[in-house]
Design a protein around this ligand. Structure first.
Ligand SMILES: [Zn+2]
Length: 53
């Protein structure tokens, strides 16, 4: 199952999506899936809070 990296919802088989490859310097990169249709971004819980202050 694919999870949309923007709205954090599962991507159903008949929903269109795009992929973004994220290279990682410390191992294999990750692939992020995003709905093609606009979807609502959910707040991400990261350690980068300072970026949004
Ligand atoms: Zn989405």
């Amino acid at each position: 199952m694919k999870i949309c990296g923007r709205c954090d919802q599962s991507i159903q088989g008949r929903q269109k999506y795009t992929t973004h490859d994220i290279p990682s310097p410390s191992g294999p990169g990750a692939t992020v899936y995003l709905h093609v249709a606009p979807c609502k971004r959910v707040p991400t819980q990261t350690t980068q809070d300072s970026l949004y202050h």
